[in-house]
Ligand binder design. Structure first.
Ligand SMILES: Cc1cc2nc3c(=O)[nH]c(=O)nc-3n(C[C@H](O)[C@H](O)[C@H](O)COP(=O)(O)O)c2cc1C
Length: 326
């Protein structure tokens, strides 16, 4: 692999040798896997989350999790970012403090508030994020990032509030597992569907806005599956990219392929340094968001009209047979 371009990046005050970071998942729970990730070029690793209320036995207890952090720090040199999902204020504070004491280099908050009710204003859900960040940043000295879901009314305002509350970085975005409906069982079905590249339009859309309007470090997550995806995120304002589904499908050594592809695209686009390239395509997006949005919509409509969509008469019959067999 040609290694002339500089792919080092800064994230949460840490110096990373690469912007490619395996995101929180069971993949990072074994020490051997962490060593392999480091050997395959990962810039850092986010550990799976510690849940204050674990709902199943395979999830780690706090003691086991602190032990995982300590062992990770003994065996790999790349930064170890822990991930916490608590449910109470004391849980956030206490567990965050213990995670920092165990030696994590940074902490990612996996905040989940499924408070959907007609009696709960959306401002209260947002305030919960802000209060959580305040509680955690008062309890620890390590940098704290927040992994956000994609659907807030005004992301830029929320991110500014999170910064004032003490957060150093934002992960765009968490991906929740919406159930499907199994018509034969007449019940919800919870089969896990991994992301596709199409989903990375979500972070790609929000990065320029946040890059221009906040001083946060930004991590792109969801649907990042190729070196081209990684470069697009960085040009839009991301400091790092987190990858999960692609590693679950292809295995940890695929990190090397991602780096090769990234270097190929940097070469093709005449980019010699990722730090210098960060956000260079974000400004145009901010000139007139309204106009750009209208333009995007116009292009989307044109693009849609150009797709060769068979008329309903030519359509392939529905796969009822194969669905019944499954
Ligand atoms: C099996 C599995 C387990 C995951 N566990 C966690 C977790 O513990 N904490 C967390 O913040 N995200 C978790 N995630 C979400 C991923 O970190 C990531 O944000 C999401 O899969 C989107 O990235 P991707 O499109 O590259 O898969 C998990 C995802 C998968 C598929």
């Amino acid at each position: 692999m040609k290694k002339t371009a500089d792919i080092t990046v800064d994230y949460l005050g840490l110096k990373l040798c690469s912007p490619i970071v395996p995101s929180a998942s069971p993949l990072s729970q074994e020490i051997e896997a962490l060593v392999e990730m480091e050997n395959c070029g990962a810039g850092a690793v986010v550990l799976r989350s510690l849940f204050e209320d674990p709902w199943e036995p395979s999830l780690p207890t706090p003691a086991a999790y602190f032990e995982e952090i300590a062992r990770a720090k003994q065996h790999v040199k790349i930064p170890i970012i822990a991930s916490l999902s608590a449910t109470s204020e004391s849980g956030w504070r206490t567990l965050a403090g213990q995670i920092a004491d165990a030696g994590a280099d940074a902490l990612e908050l996996n905040i989940y508030h499924p408070r959907l009710s007609r009696y709960v204003p959306s401002s209260l859900a947002e305030q919960t994020y802000i209060d959580t960040v305040k509680a955690v940043t008062h309890a620890v000295r390590i940098p704290v990032s927040v992994k956000l879901p994609p659907f807030f009314t005004n992301l830029a305002f929320l991110v500014r509030e999170l910064r004032l509350a003490g957060a150093s970085g934002i992960v765009l975005f968490n991906r929740f597992y919406q159930p499907d409906l199994d018509l034969l069982a007449m019940a919800p079905s919870y089969t896990l569907r991994l992301s596709t590249s199409a989903e990375n339009r979500l972070p790609l859309r929000s990065l320029p806005l946040l890059y221009q309007q906040s001083e946060m470090d930004l991590a792109a997550s969801t649907g990042i599956r190729s070196g081209a995806d990684i470069l697009k995120m960085i040009l839009s304002g991301a400091s790092i990219t987190q990858v999960c589904a692609i590693l679950l499908q292809r295995g940890i050594p695929w990190l090397k392929t991602l780096e090769q592809e990234l270097r190929h695209w940097m070469d093709t686009c005449n980019i010699s340094s990722l730090k210098k390239a960060r956000g260079i395509l974000s400004r145009r997006m901010m000139e007139d968001p309204g106009q750009i949005e209208r333009e995007e919509y116009r292009k989307a409509l044109q693009g849609y009209a150009q797709i060769d969509i068979p008329s309903w008469r030519d359509e392939v019959p529905l796969h009822i047979d194969s669905e019944l067999k499954n």
